[in-house]
Design a binder for this molecule. Structure first.
Ligand code: NAD
Length: 426
């Protein structure tokens, strides 16, 4: 098994996120001395749905798209997790993301299991009407397993509040009444929560603040680099700037920009809105998406996709804190290198859990027909993130392991307990 796992990850140069997710789980299961039966159960997803569905394009032709919805573990509650639209989506990627959601919800102690969905598509190549058609048909295909008590999707890469509004409407049309709680990350006018749009980034910044406290690092004037400039990355950059930090480099899928004296993030956001990319922003040098990771800085925030920090570049990372706003940006081999080099990594299942935490608040508000103020949302979010950070840090110190393993020890133990207490049916 060891051989298969190694071959599946970096040894053959192709990094499979599912192999990474299982490797991370195995490490925690070993340390927790988890019962072999439970280990077998938690190592696999509960359900994997693959759908191939037709969409009529603007020119009248019909294209068939492939999509997935995976539910990893449902012991602690309904499945929860985003839907991603990307040309490179694979079933293994969605399985990994679903498993990470299980641990994430357990780290922050919210009553959900893990789920994730994805469609193999580059939505930037479709018209708005085509994206709506694709979304409504995909929602219909997965409606056999989603629902407010069963599985609640949310936005992820290349999906947003509008996508969630279409899914909510499609689901509601099927059942004949309005069901706001079937998705989170909706527009506020449709039952979305205050603070949800910023929640992933805000949660990450709360974690960075706790890490800085732990390392006695002053965030005022600290140099920050952000890879990925979408929902998570651009808002993290904005919030770090509001903390008084200097954001010196940011990037998106087309490339990056660097200015050692600092970038005006509000102006970069406006530039991206106008030009569709951060590239070309005046007064900054161009930098590649790989080179941006190696810029000397205090806080490096990967906020794009998986497998960015690997065995190939981990020894060249020059940050004091790596805050994983993205899911799965660091491989296990790179984790070990960063830990040996004394770089403090805040793992994805803790660092970006602010998104699912406020999604949970949104679901609670929808079920109760309630609406909370942004101040209340942010205060509750801060309390949950700070507590989870403290518990993770304490476990990692007690077991002398990195923060990722600390977070896994916390999460896997919670999920294992719930699974064992429920027992084996029938
Ligand atoms: P998004 O679509 O809003 O933004 C993604 C950004 O990454 C875009 O700027 C895109 O150009 C950039 N990008 C894509 N490929 C890249 C590459 N190879 N190099 C550099 N940049 C690249 O997506 P998002 O919601 O911000 O998600 C980003 C990450 O955060 C993902 O890993 C996602 O799973 C994770 N995440 C998001 C949420 C959420 O609430 N949106 C919650 C938890 C985790």
């Amino acid at each position: 098994m060891e051989d298969v796992r190694q071959m599946a990850t970096e040894q053959i140069g192709v990094i499979n996120p599912w192999a990474v997710a299982q490797q991370q789980f195995d490490l925690a299961a070993e340390k927790l001395n988890l019962d072999p039966g439970l280990r077998r159960v938690l190592r696999e997803p509960r359900r994997e749905l693959t759908v191939h569905f037709p969409v009529k394009m603007d020119d009248g032709t019909v294209r068939v798209f492939t999509g997935y919805r995976v539910q990893h573990n449902l012991s602690r509650g309904p499945a929860k997790g985003g839907i991603r639209y990307h040309q490179d989506v694979t079933l293994d990627e969605v399985k990994a993301l679903a498993m990470w959601m299980t641990w994430k919800c357990a780290v922050v102690g919210i009553p959900y299991g893990g789920g994730k969905g994805g469609v193999v598509v580059d939505p930037k190549k479709l018209s708005r009407r085509e994206v709506e058609g694709l979304t409504r048909r995909f929602a219909t295909e997965i409606s056999i397993i989603i629902g407010p008590e069963r599985d609640i999707p949310a936005p992820d890469v290349n999906t947003n509040a509008q996508t969630m509004a279409w899914i909510m409407d499609t689901y509601s049309m099927h059942v004949g009444y309005t069901v706001p709680a079937v998705v989170t990350g909706k527009p506020i006018s449709l039952g979305g929560s205050e603070g949800r749009n910023e929640a992933t980034a805000r949660g990450a910044v709360y974690c960075v603040a706790e890490a800085a406290k732990h390392l006695a690092l002053d965030l005022h004037g600290a140099k920050v680099v952000v890879q990925g400039f979408g929902n998570a990355g651009s808002i993290a950059a904005q919030l770090m700037a509001q903390e008084g930090s200097t954001v010196i480099a940011v990037s998106d899928s087309q490339g990056g920009i660097h200015n050692a004296r600092g970038l005006d993030i509000d102006r970069v956001i406006a530039w991206k809105q106008e030009h569709g990319t951060v590239v070309g922003f005046p007064g900054a040098e161009a930098v590649s998406n790989q080179a941006i990771l190696e810029i000397p800085c205090d806080v490096l925030i990967p906020a794009a996709l998986e497998n960015q920090i690997t065995a190939r570049n981990a020894d060249r990372i020059q940050a004091k804190i790596v805050a994983e706003a993205a899911n799965g940006p660091t491989t296990p081999e790179a984790d070990a290198t960063l830990f040996e080099r004394g770089i403090f990594l805040i793992p994805d299942i803790l660092c970006n859990a602010g998104g699912v935490t406020v999604s949970y608040f949104e679901w609670v508000q929808d079920l109760n027909r309630d609406h909370w103020s942004e101040a209340m949302v942010n205060a509750k979010l801060k309390e949950i993130m700070t507590k989870a950070f403290g518990e993770t840090l304490a476990l990692s110190q007690r077991h002398e392991v990195n923060m990722r393993t600390g977070a896994y020890l916390l999460a896997v133990d919670r999920v294992a307990q719930a699974t064992a207490l429920r027992g084996l049916y029938p």
